[in-house]
Design a protein around this ligand. Structure first.
Ligand SMILES: O=C(O)CCC(=O)C(=O)O
Ligand SMILES: [Fe+2]
Length: 309
């Protein structure tokens, strides 16, 4: 297959002696490129299983968020390095990760990303209508900074193996690029077309993959059907910061219990949409249970579950 190759990559865990057989790409046609054209984004998602939306953040916004992210990671690392390194899905402890639960408490732009129009539009289109228009939820939120020498992450799906692939997407996923993503600094690797593959992911094959290269301020869009993973950072001096957010239907359990992890003071004056996305609602289907034992500050933020958008 001509469209990129992962076989030449540095893989610290496996090296060139990686004995696993290569699973070649089964995808023909042009690879998604950064675009501002919504029709192209939809077409790329359908055909390749991912798309690259360009220009969602200005260069300055991306740089400010990147600097703030670096500062928050430093701050956490000084308290306890296990908070930001050695994440269970990484092959070494060179990357730095931080939970979105911390980020949204500390800097408003990390909250604003959650209700940006583009991810919400795409989420609605992909996950489809919900019973009684109950709001989608933020399923997961974290940032991943690759650093020189860090290894490629194993190619995977952001999905529980317990959900059959035939059920279709259970999550929309967005990686906000705060730096230019290039192959050298570990741009996310994608397996185009794998969103249609109903074979469970295997650790015993080496998936051929392509780097999703994108300028800072872009967003990589995919779903939990697509095989992908962080690229190896083979540069000597480039970092690559990405903020990763997933959305799911309301009947799914988010990985972060935001009403319990978010400082209520930071949510004052926030929109109904972001509160719904973060789970400050009861349910549209089922018992409407008051949050009897929640702190007053949390109870004061509760909104109805029905989406207005
Ligand atoms: O940082 C990236 O490029 C992707 C990370 C990822 O796929 C994950 O952590 O699940
Ligand atoms: Fe992932």
């Amino acid at each position: 297959m001509t469209a990129g190759s992962s076989t030449g990559q540095v893989m610290h865990d496996m090296s060139v002696a990686d004995p696993r057989p290569v699973k070649p790409l089964e995808f023909d046609g042009p690879l998604p490129k950064p675009t501002t054209d919504m029709a192209q984004i939809r077409a790329d998602l359908d055909r390749a299983g991912y798309a690259i939306a360009a220009g969602l953040l200005t260069t300055k916004q991306a740089r400010d968020m990147r600097d703030r992210l670096a500062a928050e990671i430093d701050r956490e690392e000084k308290i306890d390095e296990r908070r930001v390194r050695g994440f269970f899905t990484d092959n070494d402890d060179l990357n730095r990760r931080i939970s979105g639960a911390l980020l949204i408490n500390r800097y408003r732009p990390f909250r604003d990303l959650l209700e940006h129009e583009l991810p919400l539009t795409i989420t609605k289109e992909i996950l489809g209508p919900q019973t009684l228009d109950e709001s989608y939820l933020v399923h997961s939120y974290g940032a991943n900074v690759t650093r020189p020498g860090s290894a490629q992450q194993g190619i995977h799906r952001d999905r529980s193996g317990a959900i059959p692939l035939s059920a279709g997407p259970a999550q929309t996923r967005f990686i906000w690029c705060l730096d230019d993503f290039v192959e050298e600094n570990g741009a996310t690797r994608m397996v185009p077309g794998s969103h249609r593959d109903l074979e469970p992911q295997s650790w015993t094959v080496r998936y051929e993959s392509v780097p999703a290269e994108a300028p800072a301020g872009s967003v990589l869009i995919y779903t939990d059907m697509l095989l992908h993973g962080t690229g190896a950072n083979v540069s000597s001096d480039l970092e690559r910061a990405g903020v990763i957010i997933g959305y799911c239907p309301p009947w799914w359990k988010p990985m972060i219990n935001f009403p319990m992890t978010t400082d209520p003071a930071t949510m004052q004056g926030s929109s109904k949409t972001i509160r719904q996305l973060l789970g400050y609602s009861s349910v549209a289907v089922g018992f409407d249970e008051p949050w009897t034992y929640a702190p007053d500050g949390v109870n004061a933020l509760i909104v109805p579950p029905k989406m207005d958008w």
